[in-house]
Design a binder for this molecule. Structure first.
Ligand code: T4K
Length: 374
């Protein structure tokens, strides 16, 4: 089969009509305010509160800074239980706060933290649970909250992939104490770089404000040790325009997902992630699992062979955080204590998935996957 003439990546950013972005930037120029919580910032915060169905939302310059700030606001210390199957930012945010990440194994169907294994990891040092809604699939929020309540722990969700996810009509950002969203260029909704924290408790708004703005209260008072986590007006203006394209992008992705499911559904050794009833999905990623024994070739071979066809998939989230050189000496990182994560991370492959792909492109990619078999 002929390779694609142009490289196909796992994603391409939603790029709105440039004239519309320029129009919005004219407003920014007119205001002479480029950052420090101007009109675009305020407008985007209000819009996102509605779209995400959350009572409280504070914008940040990226998701990682937002997560670091959330740990500070919740005054976490000691140990926090999290997942090894995630992007480095999740665990790093803890260590930047002087906290020890304790890695918990994952559920093989959802790839999220296995809520049934959390309690065994709780010690007198544990202050919180930091689960990730991996690839936008919601965690077992009910069970996680029950554990947190019983042991007096905080819950921060890394919802970087979960834009627009709802459980029975409830915004995903309303679960736990605080949730973090990423608005990086690779996300369904983006501001080039950006992020947000969402929360139910209105008391967090001021604390988060200080955490992202040097702790400045007024010209003469600095009341907390904050960072510079502010989203600027150009990012916010871009976000306001991108937001208008999200539903259309989601519809396109829904159609592409249906093609993947139809073309790869019956293929032995290829499986998809579990779907949960009552969940409005994010359509952020489309991930397959390759079982080497049943499929005949490994995930790594599929990844390499697809490159030969000019298709650049990603092995998210390989390697596991627990296997990074900076974490491998932590006590919770052994392969024996994280058997599911260490197995699954060799099987998952994030496929090209963005509205700019044609249905024929996805059909061709699926045929290429089938041709990878020996
Ligand atoms: N928690 C979780 C669970 C996360 O997944 C992330 C970020 C975070 C926290 C932290 O949030 P942020 O601080 O980033 O807001 C990308 C993203 O940079 C990262 O935001 C994301 N997760 C992660 C899963 O993916 P890379 O290193 O894999 O990206 P990169 O540059 O290789 O891009 C992937 C593909 O996208 C490229 O092959 C081509 C395409 N692309 C990328 C960019 C940046 C474009 O077409 N245009 C672009 O501008 O991390």
């Amino acid at each position: 089969m002929e390779p694609f003439s142009e490289p196909i990546y796992i994603t391409r950013p939603v790029l709105p009509d440039l004239d519309r972005v320029v129009d919005r930037l004219r407003d920014v120029w007119g205001s002479k305010c480029l950052t420090n919580m101007g009109d675009q910032h305020g407008f985007l915060e209000r819009k996102l509160r509605e779209v995400l169905k959350v009572p409280g939302l504070s914008l940040f310059n990226n998701g990682t800074t937002a997560l670091i700030a959330a740990c500070k606001v919740l005054e976490l210390k000691g140990e926090v239980i999290t997942t090894p199957f995630t992007f480095p930012a999740t665990a790093h945010a803890l260590v930047w706060n002087g906290i020890t990440p304790v890695f918990c194994d994952i559920d093989p169907e959802t790839l999220n933290i296995d809520a049934g294994k959390i309690e065994d990891l709780i010690t007198s040092e544990t202050t919180a649970i930091l689960p990730v809604h991996v690839f936008g699939t919601p965690c077992d929020v009910g069970k996680i909250q029950a554990i947190a309540d019983q042991h007096g722990l905080k819950v921060i969700y890394d919802a970087a992939h979960a834009f627009g996810v709802e459980i029975n009509g409830r915004g995903i950002g309303t679960f736990g104490d605080i949730s973090m969203f990423s608005f990086h260029a690779t996300k369904l909704f983006h501001t080039a770089e950006g992020g947000a924290l969402t929360y139910n408790d209105p008391g967090f708004r001021k604390k988060i404000y200080y955490a992202r703005n040097f702790g400045i209260k007024n010209e003469e008072e600095v009341v907390d040790i904050g960072v510079n986590g502010k989203m600027n007006e150009i990012q916010a203006a871009l976000g306001v325009v991108v937001l208008d394209y999200v539903e259309e992008e989601k519809e396109k992705r829904k159609k592409l997902e249906a093609i993947y499911r139809r073309c790869l559904g019956g293929v032995e050794g290829v499986s998809f992630l579990s779907e949960i009833s009552g969940v409005e999905k994010s359509y952020q990623y489309f991930v397959v699992k390759i079982d080497e024994d049943a499929f005949g070739v490994s995930r790594d071979e599929v990844y390499e062979k697809l490159k030969g066809y000019n298709v650049f998939t990603r092995k998210y989230f390989y390697p596991l955080c627990s296997n990074y050189s900076c974490y491998k000496d932590f006590s919770s990182t052994g392969v024996d204590v994280l058997p599911v994560a260490n197995k699954v991370v060799k099987q998952t492959l994030s496929m090209p998935f963005y509205g700019g792909l044609a249905i024929e492109d996805v059909e061709k990619i699926c045929n290429m996957v089938k041709l990878c078999r020996k």
